[in-house]
Ligand binder design. Structure first.
Ligand SMILES: Cc1cc2nc3c(=O)[nH]c(=O)nc-3n(C[C@H](O)[C@H](O)[C@H](O)COP(=O)(O)O)c2cc1C
Length: 398
């Protein structure tokens, strides 16, 4: 971490005192630290302590005269290698989710194009509030790194989820991101999102995949220096890393055709898309009219993309498949792993609350070729993506 430039945002929550330890950890690791505090944060920690520990001038007021630059907020965003908001109040989370820039911290963060870590801290009822959860989901979609709060005794004297992650946990998580770009020179092919199989010009057969899991994997690989091609079905998600080569498709067949030119050159293939197993035999060229009678549709199987790509797998390639199961989860996932000639399978179960489609969190089980099973508990999809990539690259090839 030596020489890295860390920008820390402190907001008005009790956990602000823990951020002082975080500043020390980064300074001890040889980083340069600059801090922006909200006005409310200064009710919890003092400017003198922050400036002494960070060894830099604290930035609070955008309109303060006599500062080095009048556009210090832009200069700070450009200066930082990455930024952390700890504690992140419900307020800053809402402002970031909605692009509000009404103070030094929120304005600087909007100008930031580097990785941003958010460590929420608040009372459990606040944390579970539908608006806070929606805002956190939006931040996930912006590919910010959410460092989930922990369960424990809260400042309001009740036990619950909402305690800011410990400074060491935040430090380690950021450290992992700062690690050498271990995948420079490697190529990855990632699929994400649903496929849509047209019935007529208006209707299609689709599924509820948002694409977030696949996008999070693609971003994680890109952050580690990998040259990523992302083939995605219809999604409203945007990619953050400019280094990701994105190809948008609709149908399973289009997804297969888009993958083929990249598959044999890829060192790692991650098939996270929810691909239709069947497609209508024919597509009507006009909108089908409703009739007062039973209607049936002939479906034909689509080509199995994972199996097709795995058939030509070379010894140096790593292929990861995803399985979403509703019953006999582990048995079905292991069967898929072995019959498809892949290295890892990531199992999602729809039985798990907060996992699978349409949520910002996930809970998965990773199974390798030797049937070793690693459970990853409920976390943000970005954290799950980081854990999966870590497992894959730390598992010796057999
Ligand atoms: C003693 C005290 C503790 C607070 N702790 C938190 C907290 O942990 N998380 C939170 O979201 N808000 C907390 N608040 C409320 C925030 O300070 C308040 O919403 C404020 O507007 C946040 O402003 P900021 O985001 O600009 O710092 C606390 C307020 C008080 C008085």
């Amino acid at each position: 971490m030596l020489g890295k430039r860390i920008l820390i945002g402190i907001c008005g929550g009790i956990a602000a005192y823990k951020t002082l330890t975080l500043i020390r950890l980064f300074r001890k690791a040889g980083c340069e630290v600059k801090v922006i505090a909200t006005r409310n944060a200064l009710s919890f920690v003092t400017p003198l302590t922050i400036e002494t520990l960070s060894n830099n001038k604290l930035y609070v007021d955008m309109f303060e005269c006599g500062t080095e630059r009048t556009t210090e907020h832009i200069a700070l965003a450009q200066w930082a290698d990455m930024a952390i908001v700890a504690p992140a109040t419900a307020n800053i989370i809402a402002k970031l989710a909605n692009g509000i820039a009404d103070d030094a911290l929120s304005t600087t963060l909007l100008a930031l194009s580097k990785p941003l870590f958010i460590a929420p801290a608040m009372n459990e009822n606040m944390y579970e509030h539908i608006a806070v959860q929606r805002n956190l989901k939006l931040l996930e979609e912006y590919h910010y790194h959410i460092i989930s709060p922990e369960k424990g005794m809260l400042a309001c004297n009740v036990e619950g989820k909402g305690r800011m992650a410990e400074p060491k946990t935040i430090f380690d998580r950021v450290g992992k991101q700062l690690q050498q770009k271990i995948l420079v020179g490697k190529k990855a092919l990632v699929t994400a999102g649903p496929t849509c199989e047209p019935i007529d010009p208006v209707r299609f057969i689709g599924n509820r995949s948002s694409g977030l899991m696949g996008f999070s994997i693609a971003e994680t690989l890109a952050d580690k220096g990998c040259d990523v091609t992302l083939v995605t079905g219809a999604t409203y998600l945007k990619t953050r890393s400019q280094s990701i080569h994105r190809i948008d498709v609709n149908t399973a067949d289009e997804m297969l055709q888009a993958c083929l030119p990249y598959a044999d050159k890829a060192d790692i293939i991650v098939m996270a898309a929810a691909v239709a197993d069947y497609t209508p035999e024919t597509k009507a060229d006009h909108k089908l009219k409703k009739k007062d009678a039973l209607f049936s549709l002939n479906l034909k199987p689509t080509t199995d993309i994972l199996k097709t790509l795995a058939k030509n797998k070379t010894d140096n390639q790593i292929i990861i498949g995803f399985a979403l199961e509703t019953d006999n989860e582990l048995t079905n996932a292991k069967q898929k792993l072995h019959t498809k000639n892949i290295d890892f399978i990531v199992l999602n179960s729809l039985k798990d609350k907060g996992a699978g489609f349409e949520c910002a969190t996930n809970k998965v089980t990773v199974i390798d070729k030797n049937d070793n099973v690693i459970e990853i508990p409920l976390k943000s999809k970005q954290e799950i993506a980081e854990n999966i990539i870590q497992i894959v690259f730390n598992t010796p090839k057999s």
